[in-house]
Design a protein around this ligand. Structure first.
Ligand code: 2P0
Length: 331
């Protein structure tokens, strides 16, 4: 089974003729509390473990799609045309090939991202989710969210979680074709839950997630333990979220992120995403907790941190960590 087979399975007899001049889609990025790190199937992007994220509504991608009059796909990122050979344009182009009905049909993708791309804030998640929504609009497929989630997953794993607001769980699934590997929203409201982002490094990371997770899987002696612990963490964090037990949720999320990074550090050679400022902020957050401020952190495949706290602690967080950009979660 390859990605094209899955696309055909999902689209069935749906049209690959554009139904309007321009298709449009917007999706926010997400930050995982239980991380996706490792694949059972590389090409289909089926993960080794289920994961759970929170949408960051302030950080989103808006993508518009039209037909191109060139003989290649065109990608415009934040107003700038990308070289077709650039890694980002190339990755999009490989994905767009799944949806071209004739060999002479090419797309023009105009995408606006309102946060640092490739800096460990999961720009590929909102990027591929927005693209799938734009394709669904352009071709008027009217696919279900589950189907869109599977299509988004084929572009970038974490993108399958970016079609919803709030808490979202991505079921790893057990089928070889990945048709049961998709995300779903958790039915919960939690308006007091707040987040903050601390950007320690806004430039592209040295090693991308796809390669880094592959390397961790194949060389880190901690990898199997990472997978089994993540399965336990997922069960427990869902209970904590349902009970709105903020401290337990924070403890599990922070421990899960630390274990993902520990598995990377133990890879050979090591993958170390943290910068000195990352470490300084980890210590600051530990000190804040000792002073009685409940605040927890997570870190994706990069140097930046995302903090979680409850509304009542907002002033204390702003005072201690003035660099933090406070985000509205709208859960
Ligand atoms: C996550 N990350 O759960 C984890 C935590 C980064 C750290 O999903 O290879 O860019 O495209 O499926 O989705 C980043 O991985 O990887 C990621 P691919 P993706 O958010």
């Amino acid at each position: 089974v390859n990605p094209v087979d899955i696309v055909q399975l999902i689209l069935q007899n749906k049209s690959l003729e554009p139904q309007k001049k321009m298709g449009e889609g917007r999706a926010s990025t997400n930050i995982a509390l239980i991380k996706y790190w490792g694949k059972k199937d590389e090409r289909l992007r089926i993960p080794t473990n289920s994961s759970l994220s929170v949408a960051l509504p302030d950080k989103s991608t808006l993508t518009k799609i039209t037909l191109s009059d060139k003989n290649h796909n065109e990608v415009i990122l934040n107003g700038k045309a990308l070289d077709v050979a650039s890694p980002f344009a190339n990755r999009l182009s490989i994905y767009l090939d799944y949806f071209r009905s004739t060999s002479t049909m090419y797309f023009k993708i105009n995408t606006e991202v309102n946060f640092p791309v490739a800096a460990g804030l999961a720009s590929s998640a909102s990027g591929f989710a927005a693209l799938v929504l734009a394709l669904n609009d352009f071709f008027a497929w009217q696919l279900t969210k589950k189907e869109l989630s599977i299509l988004a997953r084929l572009g970038s794993g974490s993108a399958c979680r970016s079609l919803w607001s709030g808490f979202v769980e991505w079921h790893a699934g057990s089928k070889d074709d990945g048709m049961d590997s998709y995300a779903e929203q958790l039915d919960i409201t939690w308006p007091e839950l707040c987040a903050g982002v601390i950007v320690c490094e806004a430039k592209a990371k040295k090693i991308n997630s796809t390669i880094a997770m592959q390397h961790t899987m194949s060389t880190s002696p901690f990898f199997n333990d990472w997978v089994s612990q993540s399965n336990k963490d997922l069960m427990q964090i869902k209970e904590a979220i349902q009970a709105k037990d903020f401290v337990l949720m924070g403890e599990i999320a922070e421990a899960n992120a630390m274990m993902m990074h520990a598995s990377c550090i133990a890879a050979r050679p090591a993958i170390l995403y943290w910068q000195p400022e990352t470490l300084a902020i980890i210590h600051k957050i530990q000190a804040l907790r000792q002073q009685g401020v409940p605040v927890y952190l997570t870190i994706d495949a990069g140097a930046n941190l995302v903090l979680f706290f409850i509304q009542d602690e907002k002033q204390a967080i702003i005072k201690a960590l003035p660099k933090a950009e406070i985000l509205q979660l709208q859960i």
